[in-house]
Write a new protein. Structure first.
Length: 316
């Protein structure tokens, strides 16, 4: 065990406490206005990027920007292999930047891009693209690989499946999480959206989820064909309209197992992956908590208590 792993694991455990917590999320959801909720949120660790007076999209973007900042800090404390592992997990933010780039190309008002720094792979080249075809060509010559098509949805699916495959290989503690996420993604694309997967996406699905998965004619049949490491995500999901339940179960499992990795003994990749999981789950929860406040509905936040593994730490 190197000193860098000891320092990095210790830092990961400390960073895991840089979250709002369930109690604070409940108070944010119960606010009578967005202004009040954002002011409260700015007094939590999310105040690194959240500012008073932000709109709902601005505050929700700032929550994720704070999460990215935490990951950048964490990567800097780890040995080279640990930092690379965090960078693989953080590729989601490059995905998000590409999503926003495609929105901008379609004429939609865009959000700010995430400042990736060393967390990026090919973003400096991607941000200069002026068409979907150019985005695809740039991805093809990068670690992302060919997404399999140059429509917006084909690029989104191709990138997400490529990311899942990379995480499964590079971050063993997260393997069952990304296989479950891939199963949910493919089920939503096929059975809820009626999207025909490109040849490239189908190849990645076969590698991640097994050769027979794409031959299924329903969500239930697909679940039966999945490898055990992915099947849990679709357990009990009987149709496309119930996929949201599988997604909620996914987040509960990731957060719960993340807490388990954090509390485990030793100084290794386990606490690091656990910290990323609980920070990501907290960011998702707090983003959701802002929405009832923005509507002025004064939600009591009771629905937030469904999350598993949250110890209720309140750093507001």
């Amino acid at each position: 065990m190197t000193a860098a792993w000891v320092a990095g694991s210790t830092r990961a455990r400390a960073l895991a406490h840089r979250r709002a917590g369930l109690a604070a999320a409940g108070r944010i959801a119960a606010c009578d206005s967005l202004e009040q909720a954002v002011t409260l949120l700015a007094g939590t660790p999310y105040g690194h990027d959240v500012r008073r007076g932000q709109s709902l999209p601005e505050a929700q973007w700032a929550i994720l920007a704070t999460l990215l900042w935490h990951l950048r800090v964490l990567a800097g404390w780890l040995p080279r292999e640990g930092g690379q592992m965090v960078r693989v997990l953080a590729r989601w933010f490059e995905l998000a930047n590409v999503d926003e780039l495609m929105h901008r190309l379609s004429g939609r008002q865009d959000e700010p891009e995430f400042a990736l720094g060393s967390m990026g792979t090919v973003w400096p080249r991607l941000r200069r693209c002026v068409s979907l075809a150019e985005i695809r060509a740039t991805l093809t010559t990068s670690p992302w690989g060919d997404p399999g098509g140059d429509s917006r949805r084909e690029i989104q699916l191709g990138m997400r499946l490529a990311w899942a495959a990379r995480v499964a290989d590079a971050v063993p503690p997260a393997r069952s999480w990304v296989l479950g996420a891939a199963a949910l993604l493919v089920a939503r694309a096929r059975y809820a959206e009626g999207h025909a997967l490109s040849a490239g996406a189908r190849d990645r699905c076969r590698i991640l989820l097994g050769a027979g998965t794409l031959d299924a004619s329903s969500v239930t049949e697909m679940a039966q064909r999945l490898p055990s490491a992915a099947r849990w995500a679709l357990r009990g999901v009987e149709g496309p309209r119930e996929l949201w339940a599988g997604e909620e179960r996914w987040w509960r499992r990731v957060e719960g197992e993340g807490h388990g990795l954090l509390t485990g003994a030793g100084f290794s990749m386990g606490p690091v992956v656990g910290a990323v999981a609980v920070l990501a789950a907290d960011a998702r929860r707090v983003r959701a908590a802002l929405e009832p406040a923005a509507r002025g509905s004064g939600d009591d936040g009771a629905h937030l208590s469904e999350s598993i593994g949250e110890d209720g730490d309140d750093l507001a």
